[in-house]
Design a protein around this ligand. Structure first.
Ligand SMILES: [Zn+2]
Length: 344
């Protein structure tokens, strides 16, 4: 099955992620049992070693800004956990984030999974170990950007393993698989309930510091309407409405989450790109931290990206159905964001 579908139809320097080894933290020493020597000192040393890792990971630090930055002591997102799995479209091992960001993703996926079960959230690229420019992305450099796929169902509402394909204003999509062959197409639906639950968990998490959710306007509207119809608190809807935004590339095939610098990272030189909301300014003020302004990124910080035109020409032959969907997609690709103060 040509994985071309996703690469092609992502069309927009988007995503990725990666299988790679390892747990989040190093395990503590004490590989051999300390009791053998029989000396009490060594036994109690073993106890201490078990209680606390011999070399605890230093806290992470996000430096610079999402489009020109670095990540010190980044935390690796596990390859899988309750309600999520790390995927690998570009093979860049970009599964590193700040401690706060990785924990926030793990918590929100777990909350959604506990409530709904079903297929896990698919997490694509975060940042490389150490951060810096990451191919296919104009940001993702400082451990505070995460791409995730939407939760998806089949037309009867049964959860399916999410694939990266774009959703229309009705919340419909197709997993085209082989782009030249219409007979293998699989219809999909946007799973509004679970996608909303995941975002709600992030919005309600005071430790997360969610700054932005880049998502196409029509899916944003669906999520907010769903929340309203299902009695979500006004404060949640207001906050979710403020942080969600359709950027230039429409983000109709995944969401890009961005998180604020933690107050301690601001002290170390972490810079937030706009917007800076009043509530976050207040939080920083309560910690006596002054936010740093983002700078113009250095040309050397630019990563390799693929233009939509290149992606399309790389895609090879497409059947009429696919071409029809792509044409329809043009109607929402460049839609403005009328009247919302935070969406630029
Ligand atoms: Zn992204």
């Amino acid at each position: 099955m040509p994985s071309s579908t996703l690469r092609v139809l992502a069309l927009l320097a988007t995503t990725a992620a990666l299988f790679a080894a390892g747990g989040v933290r190093a395990s503590g020493g004490a590989a051999s049992a300390g009791a053998q020597g029989g000396r009490q000192a060594s036994a109690s040393a073993t106890k201490v070693a078990r209680a606390r890792p011999a070399h605890p990971k230093p806290p992470s630090t996000s430096l610079g800004q999402p489009n020109d930055g670095r990540l010190l002591h980044g935390r690796a997102l596990p390859r899988r956990g309750p309600g999520f799995r790390f995927a690998n479209p570009h093979g860049q091992n970009a599964r590193y984030g700040t401690d706060e960001v990785v924990r926030a993703i793990v918590r929100a996926a777990r909350i959604t999974h506990r409530r709904f079960g079903g297929q896990p959230l698919v997490v694509n690229d975060l940042s490389r170990r150490g951060g810096g420019p990451l191919d296919h992305h104009s940001s993702h450099q400082s451990g505070r950007d995460v791409d995730v796929l939407f939760y998806e169902t089949d037309p009867r509402g049964r959860p399916v393993r999410p694939v990266q394909t774009f959703f229309d204003p009705e919340g419909h999509a197709v997993d085209f698989r082989d782009l030249s062959d219409p007979s293998d197409d699989v219809p999909l639906r946007f799973d509004t309930a679970r996608t909303f639950a995941f975002l709600r968990a992030l919005v309600e998490d005071p430790r997360a510091g969610l700054q932005r959710v880049f998502i196409v306007e029509h899916l944003r509207a669906r999520l907010l309407a769903y929340g309203k119809a299902h009695g979500a608190p006004a404060a949640v809807l207001e906050r979710l409405g403020a942080v969600t935004c359709q950027p230039g590339p429409p983000h109709d095939d995944h969401m890009h989450l961005r998180f604020f610098c933690s107050p301690q990272d601001v002290r170390a030189g972490c810079r937030d790109m706009p917007p800076m909301y009043p509530w976050h300014r207040a939080l920083l003020a309560s910690r006596h931290v002054e936010p740093l302004r983002a700078k113009r990124p250095r040309p050397s910080a630019r990563a390799k990206t693929v233009s939509p035109e290149q992606a399309r020409s790389n895609a090879g032959p497409m059947n009429a159905e696919v071409r029809g969907w792509l044409e329809r997609r043009e109607t929402w690709r460049h839609r403005p964001h009328p009247g919302r103060p935070w969406c630029r």
